[in-house]
Ligand binder design. Structure first.
Ligand SMILES: *Cc1c(COP(=O)(O)O)cnc(C)c1O
Length: 466
């Protein structure tokens, strides 16, 4: 079958669709030149700053006649110059590490394949790959035979889906959801989307290490029982956003089992530690959860977005989300992707996850995790100073502020210090926590060396004396 050109006279000049008859020269040149630009951008990362000082504003509206490749590549360059640069060794503010090379390549292929995980007939091999990769995660985390999962465009969606499954399983409309006061804001969104009143999300106290207080959990569950109110789910966090604290998963799981309450673990940050045996004890008890959110985009360098919801009993996904897809053939495999999650059309995000993990290998995953913890330990040691208060929850995050218990002092100091560090090529974040502003360092960037950390600590200490 040869495509004729007579139905598309205006399109031929730009050749915006690649030829189905031969290797398309425009596509090939476009990809080569665009990837050269990208390689240059990444390769020059350490010459600039993590946050660019320019904010280019490329024209937005499509022109009447459409643009040639040269002009489009220039526009792309402009956008790149104004982008956050995760590959800069001083990019330490958030859970947004440099991308893995295999993940970048897989993302490109994903775009070119343009398959759709909504239905098996639109993504035959990729649907299967997603299910098998989710099962591999489940096995690695120690979940039982019937477990499985689904990929989602971010942890916010994974958490929402986990809670929707919990509620469907409970066979109820209303009830409360329990989590710690340090749990992620996405749980509030989930409760809102689920139509629950604001009070339905109960935030319980944390102990000194930042983990959910077991005494608090026990007492609230008992109060609820006496009041005849239903608990839809307990959400434990494995890696809180500000201090990287891990709730006592094993003990919480036992309590949930006793109370017959669903346990969802928001392991968006910490879940990947369970993939590497020597560090898996950090996630002890994770395998007892009913549902788990994991975000490989946050530390392993899988390109965004990469999140997954894992279920102890995979069939519950279908029970919560299947509508029937009357315009699709039945799948040969277990399910259509659109029948086991909230999203309809979605890209094959599994590709960059799968290829990225294959590139790292188990030992590479271990090296990413171990080195992040080592950098945290090193910076923590460098910042041991009577004038600083440090918060370390056990993962690769570290927060600190002046010890003086005056919120005005910490607000001013963190603001000034952040600005000065930014000038020197270090991007830290400045969360509000416990009535104060803090500076937060996320040590997941593999390009950050010992020398960088010594320089960073030196600059911070300098700010204390000034
Ligand atoms: C980042 C994060 C989320 C939300 O994930 P997104 O991918 O940003 O939607 C949820 N929970 C925790 C603990 C997180 O750190």
């Amino acid at each position: 079958m040869h495509a004729s050109t007579d139905l598309r006279p205006d399109l031929d000049r730009l050749a915006p669709f690649a030829s189905p008859d031969r290797v398309d020269p425009v596509l090939q040149e476009f990809l080569h030149r665009a990837s050269d630009q990208l390689c240059n951008w990444i390769g020059a990362a350490s010459e600039g700053l993590p946050l660019p000082t320019v904010r280019p504003q490329p024209a937005v509206a499509p022109t009447a006649a459409g643009l040639e490749m040269d002009r489009l590549l220039k526009d792309l360059q402009l956008v790149m110059e104004g982008a956050y640069q995760p590959s800069h060794p001083g990019a330490l503010a958030h859970l947004d590490p440099p991308p893995l090379t295999a993940s970048i390549a897989a993302d490109l292929i994903c775009a070119g394949l343009n398959n759709n995980l909504l239905a098996e007939e639109l993504s035959p091999g990729l649907s299967d790959l997603e299910q098998r990769l989710c099962r591999w995660f489940c096995q690695r985390l120690g979940l039982p035979e019937q477990s499985g999962g689904v990929l989602a465009s971010g942890g916010t969606l994974s958490n929402l889906m986990g809670l929707v499954v919990a509620r469907t399983h409970a066979g109820a409309r209303d009830g409360v959801i329990l989590c710690s006061c340090d749990a992620h804001v996405s749980l509030q969104k989930a409760a809102t989307v689920m139509g629950l009143p604001n009070e339905a999300l109960l935030r319980l106290p944390v102990d000194a290490s930042g983990g959910l207080s077991l005494a608090g959990l026990n007492s609230v569950l008992s109060d609820l029982r006496h009041a005849g109110r239903r608990c839809l789910a307990v959400v434990a966090t494995a890696g809180t956003t500000v201090r990287g604290a891990v709730d006592p998963l094993d003990a919480i799981a036992r309590i949930c089992r006793r109370e017959e309450v669903w346990l969802h673990v928001d392991a968006a940050i910490g879940g990947v530690f369970a993939l590497w045996e020597p560090l898996a004890p950090l996630m002890e008890g994770l395998h007892r959860a009913d549902s788990i959110t994991v975000n490989p985009q946050k530390l392993l360098g899988i390109t965004k977005t990469s999140s997954m919801l894992l279920l102890r009993d995979r069939s519950l996904l279908r029970k919560a989300f299947a509508t029937g897809l009357p315009y699709m053939e039945s799948p040969c495999g277990d399910d259509h992707g659109g029948e086991v999650g909230l999203q309809g059309t979605r890209p094959a995000e599994v590709l960059k996850l799968w290829l990225g993990l294959r590139q790292l290998g188990i030992e590479g995953i271990g090296a990413v995790l171990e080195s992040a913890l080592e950098r945290k330990a090193m910076l923590k040691q460098l910042l041991e100073d009577d004038r600083l208060l440090l918060l370390d929850g056990g993962l690769h995050l570290l927060a600190f502020r002046p010890r003086q218990d005056d919120p005005v002092v910490s607000a001013r100091w963190t603001e000034q210090t952040r600005r000065e560090l930014m000038r020197q090529g270090f991007l830290l974040s400045r969360p509000r926590y416990d009535g104060h502003h803090w500076l937060k360092v996320v040590l997941g960037n593999p390009h950050t060396t010992r020398a960088h950390l010594m320089q960073l600590a030196g600059l911070i200490t300098q700010q204390l004396t000034d």
